[in-house]
Design a protein around this ligand. Sequence first.
Ligand code: APR
Length: 227
Amino acid sequence: MRKKKVLIFSGAGISAESGLQTFRGQNGLWENYPVESVASPEGWRSNPQRVLRFYNQRRTQLSAAKPNEAHQAIARLEKHCEVVVVTQNVDDLHERAGSTQVLHLHGELCKARSSDEENLVYHIAYKNINLGDKCERGSQLRPHIVWFGEYPFLLEEAGEHIASASHILVVGTSLQVQPAASLLSYATQAAEKVIISLEASGLANSFIHLQGKATQHVPEICSAWTK
Ligand code: APR
C-alpha cells in the first residue's frame, strides 16, 4: 500500500503550550506591540534598535522553550508516513522535536541575514543581533523574518506539497494572514483534512474541526494516521 503523505500546516498555537506567545487572542504579541513598529520594513527603517530588541527577546524566550507533545507526535509520525511540515512559525521547535522536512513560510528566528542581500543568511541559534553586527559584505544584519509587506518564502513548494498530500492537519493558526492561509485551497477533495484550534474554524466544511489544545488532539490524530 502506498505510504500516506501527511501535510502539517502549523501556526503559533502549536507552540503556545511550549510557552511561546501567539499573535492574536488574549495576551497575544500584537496586543503589546504595534505590528508595524516591530514587524515591517518601515519599522526597521525608523527604529532598527526596537526591532532588534523585539526579536532578541523572542529568541531568548525560544532558547528556554521546549518542543511539546504535539511537535513530538508529528516528528514520530515520520516513522510511518512521509511528513512535510509547512509552518508559519519562526521557532525551531518542529526541528528540535525531530521533524526533518520543515518549510518556514515566514522565516526563522534562529537565522540572521544581510539587510541588503536577501541570500546572505547566517545561522545564529539564540544569539542576539545588535546594531553594528554586519554581514560579510559590511551591511547591517537583520532578523531572517518575513515582515508585513514582504513576500513569504517557499509558497510554490508548499502549495505542491499540499496538493499532493493524502492527509492534511491544520493546527494552531487563526488563518488570518495571507497568502499563507490561502495555500490550503490546494488541498484535494479526496484528502482527509483536520483542523485543530481553540476557536471555531472558518475553514470549508470539508475539514473535520477538533476544538481544543494541540497537545490533546495532535497525538490522537497522528496515532490514527499511523494505521
Ligand atoms: N492549541 C491549539 N491551538 C491553539 C492553542 C493551543 N494550545 N493556543 C492557541 N491556539 C490557536 C488559536 O485558536 C488561534 O487560532 O492558535 C491560533 C493562533 O493564531 P495567531 O496568533 O493568529 O497565529 P498564526 O495564525 O500563526 O499567525 C499567522 O501572523 O503575525 C503573523 O507572521 C505572523 O506567522 C504569523 C501569522
